[in-house]
Design a protein around this ligand. Sequence first.
Ligand SMILES: [Zn+2]
Length: 176
Amino acid sequence: MKDEHYYYLRNTYSQLLKHSSIECDDGWFNILDKLCGNIQSYISGRRKARAQSIKWNRNLLKAINDNSLESFAEKVYSNFKSPYKEDRIKELLDDPEKFLKDVPDKIHKAEVTQIKEKFATLRFYIDSSDPYINGLIQMAESMTETTCAVCGNLGKIRGDHWIYVSCEEHKRDKEI
Ligand SMILES: [Zn+2]
């Protein structure tokens, strides 16, 4: 992979790719860029949602304990429009515990350990994952089955013993 692409990935996804090797050609650069971007925004989105749920629950429980639910409800629904606002406030006062939020599981800091080509397609290894991240990786890996590893144009799996993915233009000479 040329320096420009390599350093772009390393700098843009510095945490994710901190300890990873990147051993593949430039044709898969866009796939890697999108894959890393999706993983990174998923992780930060989950973190933010978790922090917000924890904070909401803490404030709600405090309001229940302090008997200050009315002012809590007024405050959190202050931007809502009538009559939706009044409905929400009533609902909350009727059964405040129903408004406790599920807290998503903690996501551990994920780090990619290795990026390479194996048996013609991309292999992307990460040390911490979940079904969503696994799905993203599987999608990206399968896209490399039809993406020329050299230029990124439409390609297919070629070769006998040493298989690889390329477009017509980047077919290897020895394949006769
Ligand atoms: Zn090509």
